[in-house]
Design a protein around this ligand. Structure first.
Ligand SMILES: Nc1nc2c(c(=O)[nH]1)N(C=O)[C@@H](CNc1ccc(C(=O)N[C@@H](CCC(=O)O)C(=O)O)cc1)CN2
Length: 445
């Protein structure tokens, strides 16, 4: 779907009772439609002025008294004429207002994300900022809010531009040399350092993808280990509330319990798993399979061992996590005070007394984030990661070509890199990609 001349309308607020509900209209007919609902507003309202107005039905009966806002094209969110009716937050009232707006044949309901899509298509915001709008609405941790806000203010756009502009210049230079080979003196040699430098910039951006995913989706951390090592007490302590069923009998935790916490602003989903071994019953056997699956999927596995576990046993438990990184702690250190105090032994924690729990939290964060407080990262989505991978790969091939191959090949690869990067900024996107992207927006965004 490309931009059309229809005027679109949708509720900008959630379809639930609230203090205020907003009906938003965008397109050429916005002002006329808005004034039919609020006839008291002057024919040429002052842009961005909040008029207190009566909203009326077709017979002129008053439905509500609210605020009327007019943004004149192109100085609006969408770049089109926009009118907002800010009414009292009654879902039924808002549906009446929506239905009235739709009586005009130039008006149709907005598709999911269509306001933001129009903002993009009208050049008000680039694609990274449009995506940041959806990220902000979906953000469920402080770090995710901050990362989306950074994207919204153009942080990623700026970094992409810093790569895209010199890449475009290089491409233009190479094409110029190809078209006028007489002036090609030394062009190959000159291209080598430029390609290498741009490749390094692309790789550096790519390196942030992992952190971006952590911020956006939150980290997943599982506690595992032998039965009765104090996992559930530790889980409860970490979660800060009595969630897991804690019992003196081994094997109480039959399946993974999960809880969402926020550490230093980073969203973390914690899992408390069933013991992997020594489980006699069938329920436990099922739990074991699920535990293995879970361990393969998480970002970090915390292996909780009882005091006195041998080195060999610890190593064999570590192997259970497969490729997932493991952080080993000695649980229930309250049971055997002073035991295993040697420097090589895993850090001691006790869910019961809280000893070592803060240190564990810090270590886990360091393992996940690699030091420093989780902060706003520019790069967030898998889509960005994939486009940047293709950018870096094309530049890698360009770098090889700049040494051994022809200028045509080199320029072709630089062109491919540029195209892949354009999928992030939005300078080269298909309608199909836009459809996919804006489908994850809600209606009215
Ligand atoms: N009531 C209300 N609140 C809202 C929005 C909205 O549309 N309505 N927003 C919507 O999602 C966000 C605010 N975003 C906005 C972004 C740009 C413009 C705007 O008018 N931009 C023009 C003018 C810029 C200027 O003059 O400084 C432009 O970009 O040209 C408005 C809102 C969040 N809060």
């Amino acid at each position: 779907m490309t931009s059309d001349s229809a005027t679109i309308v949708a509720l900008a607020t959630a379809p639930a009772s609230g203090a205020v509900g907003i009906l938003r209209v965008s397109g050429p007919a916005a002002l006329e439609v808005g004034r039919r609902l609020a006839p008291g507003v002057p024919a040429s309202p002052t842009p961005r002025h909040a008029y207190l107005a009566s909203f009326v039905d077709a017979a002129g009966a008053v439905l509500d008294e609210g605020l009327f806002l007019y943004f004149q094209a192109p100085r609006s969110f969408t770049g089109e004429d926009v009118v907002e009716l800010q009414a009292h937050g009654s879902p039924r009232l808002l549906r009446l207002l929506l239905a009235r707006a739709l009586e005009d044949e130039r008006v149709r309901p907005a598709l999911p994300g269509e306001f933001t899509r129009r903002a993009f298509l009208n050049g008000r915001i680039d694609l990274t900022r449009a995506e940041a709008v959806a990220d902000l609405v979906a953000a469920d941790s402080e770090a995710a809010v901050r990362a989306a806000a950074a994207g919204l203010s153009g942080a990623l756009a700026e970094r992409i531009r810093a790569l895209e502009t010199p890449l475009r210049e290089l491409h233009a230079d190479l094409e110029g040399v190809l078209n006028f080979p007489d002036e090609a003196e030394g062009a190959d040699a000159e291209a080598v350092p430029r390609v290498a430098e741009l490749r390094a910039v692309a790789e550096a951006l790519r390196a942030e993808v992992g952190r971006g995913r952590l911020v956006r989706q939150g980290a997943r951390v599982a506690l595992y280990g032998p039965v009765n090592a104090g996992k559930s007490t530790l889980f409860n302590r970490l979660v800060g509330e009595a969630r897991a069923l804690v019992d003196a009998e081994p094997g109480t935790t039959r399946d993974a319990l999960e809880a969402r916490v926020e550490w230093e602003g980073l969203g973390v989903t914690l899992y408390d798993t069933a013991g992997l071994r020594e489980a006699p019953g069938r329920v436990e056997a099922l739990g074991i399979a699920r535990t293995r699956e879970l361990l393969a999927a998480v970002d970090l596995a915390v292996l909780v061992l009882p005091p006195g576990t041998s080195r060999e046993e610890a190593a064999s438990w570590t192997r259970e996590a497969g490729a997932t990184p493991v952080f080993v702690v000695t649980g229930k250190c309250d049971v055997m005070p002073g035991a295993e105090a040697e420097a090589t032994a895993p850090p001691r924690v006790s869910g019961l007394t809280g000893e070592g729990v803060e240190a564990l939290r810090t270590s886990v964060l360091t393992r996940l984030w690699g030091g420093g407080t989780p902060s706003a990262v520019a790069l967030v989505s898998e889509r960005h990661a994939d486009a940047l991978r293709r950018t870096a790969e094309a530049l890698g091939r360009a770098e090889d070509a700049s040494r051994v191959s022809t200028l045509e090949v080199l320029s072709g690869e630089v062109g491919l890199a540029l195209e892949a990067l354009g999928e992030v900024s939005g300078t080269s996107v298909s309608d199909a990609l836009l459809d996919t992207l804006f489908q994850r927006f809600c209606i009215g965004k």
